[in-house]
Design a protein around this ligand. Sequence first.
Ligand SMILES: [Fe+2]
Length: 166
Amino acid sequence: MNNQRRPTDILSEDHKEVLAKLSKMGETLASIDKKPDLESLKEYGKFFKRDIWAHFDKEEKALFPEMEKFIPRDQGPIGVMLLEHKDLREANDKFQSALAALLQDVNNAGAKQIIRHEGYTIIDVLQQHIHKEDNILFMMANMHINDAQNKRILEVFAGIDREYGK
Ligand SMILES: [Fe+2]
């Protein structure tokens, strides 16, 4: 494992990419009433439809199960992370259907309002979520997870990448 990246390094790299996207998304949401930037909105929609779930799957199906061998799911940060994933999935579902409606009718004011509301929720929840993972959860993982576990996690990651065609 010495010259290989740890699973948490791979996940933290994803986080940087997500944070960069989120920092630009606020501008797109702010201008949605006057001049909706449909191309950018479509791009965010695509990103939230696929890349984020590949990342969540890596945490939920690979990293967290190994961490649960030393931290009980319901009594600590893993349970909190899973609840936040659930909130983000729900916000994304609403965001995606409102985006589909806006693409049908660019003047749909209700759709704009939902996109703005859910979009800001996603930004807010996801920024804080990533911060907690990078600074608390992954530090715990790096302290406790051994090489054999890291190897298993990386194997599951590879399967998830294949599943998502990455
Ligand atoms: Fe994450």
